[in-house]
Design a protein around this ligand. Sequence first.
Ligand SMILES: [Zn+2]
Ligand SMILES: [Zn+2]
Length: 259
Amino acid sequence: MAIDLISRTAWGARSPRGSYTRLDSTRGVKVHYTGGRVDPRTVDEHDRCAALVRSIQNSHMDGNGWMDIGYSFVACSHRRVFEGRGLNRLPAANGAGLNQGHYAVLGLVGNSGLVQPPDGMLHAILDAIEHARQNGRAGREIKGHRDGYATDCPGEPLYGWVRRGAPRPGQGDGPGEPEPPGAPPFPGRLLTYPPVTRGDDVRTWQARMAERGFELDVDGAYGPASREVCRTFQRQQGIEDDGVVGPVTWRLTWEAPVT
Ligand SMILES: [Zn+2]
Ligand SMILES: [Zn+2]
């Protein structure tokens, strides 16, 4: 789906006070939140998003004394993207000395009221990022405002999403790498043979190894066949092939890329 971009004219932006500093390319994009309260009714009524963007521009120009809104783009719940300063223009929101490095994209959530970004907003942020990559020479980085700057921005929900690689909601193929499934907690004992180790932890490990494509019975009994599969896997992973499922082997069972 192409970006649904709302031009400055369409959202009623004020004219900038002065001329922009040119930005040829960036390492990527930094994600922001408002840091204040966002009315949850913005989710129901897009007109409220536009009003909020205008008030942010006012506070940046009249409060901070900036020449324009500080963000490159603003993403709302309705999968729509407001043009802020736009492409190839230096933003102001990342902090002094940090604006050359990244475009600045605001998600319209805050630290109270609307705190969790709806899926439409995550899509809109990614639409803005792809737009910046395709048309504004943005690099691959997706970071939060707090990376390299003392702030809680963009808040825990958005920052956690950034740290997970900013995946598209509902699928694993965002610009970031798909997330490997996290390992369940290590059972706290070694799975070994001999003698046969039996239990649900063995069954959990066997089921994951079967998912990885190994042929073994998922019977909850760690015997010679399980040990052999374990050794093969350990050699694939370049770790000592002792045939014992300890904490490292356990974690790799889930987190190593499936080849
Ligand atoms: Zn910020
Ligand atoms: Zn909206």
